[in-house]
Design a protein around this ligand. Structure first.
Ligand code: LLP
Length: 404
């Protein structure tokens, strides 16, 4: 993804050509980048040879899941829908882990039938439910227990999951009691200790702290865990200059930990695999002069990409065609939805834009389309994948007919 003679292009295709051909807004992904990210991830952790389960919630497009499967990743799922889609995309059950605080008996039943690698349970009640269903089915089910390590991931509060005030996982005390209980269970095989302290983590410290907590609790539990599932959360560089997580350094810490406990490591990355592989191409509908800034009203909105509205975060916006002119006033990029939070970013210095120009919203591969909605009865955008110099339509634009 780069400018080729002033035209922003994705793996050889100019974004303005894509916009003309498929209309806007468009989610467009680069297969090349997906492959690069996966290879980089594998390379960073090659000393621990982990099972890598792609977090389906970050991007659940079927074609993307298929490509990810071909690159030998498994899946981390959190609902029956995600589990079915992962299986349907060809991901083998023995590479699927299932997290979530509220798995229904229907979901548990299905996961047991499909013999997935692990159900990562998040409460005593859930474990009792799994045990009950397994007993009826006369099966022994492999599970993990998700620990809440009370570790601050130092990320946005809305996507922090490992502190004691968060709903995720069980407390140390419950964890130890459950391990004791499960040692005697006839229908449950306790195999894994799982954690996930949060998302968009850009600092190694929280992970290191988390490993220390795990170390202590494993000792206390006096139990050998065949697997340790360290979750995902590895952050990406949305803004230039942000600190990048040092995965190599993290892998060295894990190596020590893994050797000590003699366990297989599982990861559940989402954003670090898919985040920077996607862009959102959008056309300017109007430019409106405001009191202090000019509003650039684009045809993508918070229903297409909700991250800025939901977390007050920014995605870089760049022009599809570069020019040398400068804007006089600040631009505020907004969508057409009737909410003041339907706003992408305010930029003081930008090149001069005109109505009908195209802009690109960057790094939207993770939690972009998967969090989209039909709010204001807006159809969901088309998704394209560029692979081997070909454009694939991997999801058609939703038609208004479907909505009305
Ligand atoms: N494993 C579990 C149990 C999770 O809950 C999550 C994300 C992941 C793995 C993957 O985390 P990742 O590697 O992608 O950070 N919508 C928010 C992010 C929510 C993350 C929820 N859980 C956002 O757009 O920033």
């Amino acid at each position: 993804m780069k400018y080729v003679s002033n035209n922003f292009s994705i793996d050889g295709f100019k974004t303005d050509i894509l916009a003309k051909k498929y209309s806007t807004p468009i989610y467009c992904y680069s297969f090349k980048k997906i492959k690069e990210n996966i290879n980089e991830f594998k390379d960073n952790f090659k000393n621990i040879n982990p099972i890598i389960c792609f977090s389906v919630k970050s991007n659940s497009n079927k074609q993307i899941l298929r490509e990810i499967k071909k690159l030998k990743l498994g899946a981390d799922v959190v609902s029956l829908g995600e589990l079915m889609k992962a299986l349907n995309s060809g991901i083998k059950p023995n590479k699927i882990v299932f997290s979530g605080v509220g798995k229904t008996s229907k979901e548990i039943s299905y996961a047991i039938e499909k013999k997935i690698l692990l159900i990562n349970a998040e409460s005593k009640s859930e474990i009792l439910e799994i045990e009950k269903i397994a007993k009826i089915k006369k099966k022994k089910v492999d599970i993990g227990i998700r620990l809440n390590p009370n570790t601050d991931a130092k990320t946005l509060s809305q996507i922090s999951t490992g502190k004691k005030e968060n709903k995720f996982g069980v407390s140390e005390k419950t964890f130890l009691n459950l391990v004791k209980y499960l040692k005697k269970s006839k229908n449950i095989n306790l195999k894994c200790l799982s954690v996930h302290i949060g998302s968009q983590i850009l600092n190694n410290k929280p992970y290191e702290k988390m490993l220390k907590v795990l170390d202590k609790i494993i000792k206390k539990s006096n139990f050998h865990f065949e697997y340790i599932d360290l979750g995902g959360g590895m952050g990406i560089d949305y803004k230039k200059g942000n600190r990048k997580l040092n995965l190599k350094k993290y892998s060295l810490k894990i190596k020590k930990f893994k050797d000590k406990h003699n366990s297989k490591i599982i990861f559940e990355p989402g954003r670090s695999i898919i985040g920077n592989t996607g862009i959102l191409i959008s056309r300017i509908i109007y430019i409106k002069e405001g009191y202090k800034k000019n509003f650039v009203i684009i045809d993508a909105a918070m229903n297409d990409l909700i991250r800025p509205a939901l977390y007050n975060v920014e995605h870089r916006i760049i022009p599809a065609k570069k020019n040398k002119l400068k804007s006089k006033k600040a631009y505020e990029f907004v969508g057409p939805i009737c909410e003041s939070t339907d706003k992408f970013s305010t930029v003081k210095k930008f090149q001069k834009l005109r109505e009908k120009d195209l802009i690109i919203i960057c790094d939207v591969g993770a939690y972009g389309m998967s969090l989209s909605s039909n709010y204001n009865l807006r159809p969901k955008p088309i998704e394209l994948l560029i692979k081997n110099s070909k454009i694939q339509i991997i999801n058609k634009r939703q038609s208004l007919k479907e909505l009305i």
